[in-house]
Write a protein that binds this ligand. Structure first.
Ligand code: 0O2
Ligand code: 0O2
Length: 218
């Protein structure tokens, strides 16, 4: 086994375990027939070339990768609505199978690029044949619209090797705002539908109650 296989082994195990655990949270909402704040979950181990690029860009020596690069193990949780993100973060805070070491709110404080997501960095204990090993993992929580924008912006960045022309950069910032307005509009529509449902349920209950009342003849 080479050095990289040995180094990445616990990260691979952590990503596989966390995918199952976080997807399990979604299935539990399905069982309760409740609206799931989690739409879907993905995960990956950062490719070696990307680890080396990041270490190089940030001046991180190879013997400090474990502590200085927080997203070698990366998970993403996609939500339908912005409000669902808060629920998911709260669910993560209440778990006792890992410890949250940092939270970064790029929703209230978007990045200059236009990027929005909520990042939670955790310390996750992996059981290995040599004992327990705690590794860092980054969970990115975002809406479907934020994910749509980030996926395309990420591939353009890759295509332009990080040197996106100014004009495209500005259009991407505008597109990020459009995605955010879409999120807001969808939340409003959901709110109005929920209000209407509460109103109709109340009206139906009132009708049923009034049918039970004795009728006065003449
Ligand atoms: P790319 O280059 O984006 O296409 P499964 O069989 O469903 O259990 P699978 O197929 O191994 O799992 O992977 P899954 O869960 O569908 O997710 C892998 C995807 O994670 C990647 O696909 C990316 O879309 C996404 N991803 C990429 N970067 C990150 C990151 O930094 N953090 C997180 N959390 N997720 C990321 P690809 O094909 O590997 O990459
Ligand atoms: P990949 O290919 O997704 O793994 P830094 O890399 O210095 O900006 P830091 O301090 O490690 O960041 O953490 P940060 O910014 O909280 O999280 C970095 C990850 O967030 C990135 O990983 C992306 O997955 C995502 N991200 C941050 N900013 C942007 C952005 O402007 N556009 C997009 N599309 N994604 C972003 P990597 O390592 O860059 O890439």
């Amino acid at each position: 086994m080479n050095h990289w296989d040995q180094f990445l082994g616990p990260y691979k195990q952590a990503v596989e375990e966390l995918k199952i655990k976080l997807r399990g949270m979604r299935s539990q909402f399905d069982l309760d027939s409740a609206h799931s704040p989690i739409e879907f979950v993905t995960g990956r181990v950062k490719p070696i070339a990307s680890i080396l690029d990041k270490a190089n860009q940030k001046g991180i020596p190879l013997d400090r990768l474990e502590t200085e690069i927080q997203d070698i193990a990366g998970l993403r949780m996609m939500c339908q609505f912005v409000d669902d993100i808060k629920i998911v973060v709260e669910l993560l805070r209440n778990r006792n199978d890992f410890e949250i070491v940092e939270e970064r709110d790029y929703i209230s404080h978007k990045k200059v690029s236009g990027y929005r997501s909520y990042h939670v960095v955790i310390q996750y204990p992996v059981q290995t044949i040599h004992g327990e090993k705690k590794i860092l993992a980054e969970i990115q929580i975002r809406t479907l619209a934020m994910n749509f924008w980030a996926t395309i912006e990420h591939s353009l960045n890759y295509k332009y090797k990080g040197q996106i022309p100014d004009e495209i950069r500005i259009r991407l910032q505008r597109a990020a705002e459009a995605a955010f307005r879409l999120d807001e509009e969808m939340s409003q529509i959901r709110g109005e539908i929920q209000d209407a449902q509460v109103f109709f349920t109340f009206k139906k209950e009132l009708q049923q109650e009034s049918r039970k009342l004795p009728r006065h003849s003449g």
